[in-house]
Design a protein. Structure first.
Length: 87
């Protein structure tokens, strides 16, 4: 990660954009070196060269108009989870 969370919030808010409780701040994809650890569609499709097969049989290299994307996330430590639900 290039920018710290403090720098990201500063960059977001310095122009007057209001921050509210519950706002999500994305740091981008943090992936590993192995294919199984890649996190973005750009990485998984090898920049559009290798289509990803979806559960309905369709293939994608990039999102298309009309596609629905669901994000889920949480952090876990010592058996405790905190997350933002489904977006």
């Amino acid at each position: 990660m290039y920018w710290s969370i403090t720098q990201q919030i500063t960059h977001h808010s310095i122009s007057g954009c209001i921050m509210n409780p519950g706002d999500l701040i994305g740091s981008g994809t943090i992936s590993g070196n192995e294919k199984e650890s890649w996190g973005s569609l750009m990485e998984i499709s090898w920049a559009g060269k290798e289509p990803v097969k979806l559960s309905n049989g369709e293939e994608r290299t990039f999102l298309q108009n009309g596609d629905t994307l669901i994000m889920r996330g949480y952090a876990e430590k010592d058996g405790q989870k905190i997350g933002f639900g489904e977006c």
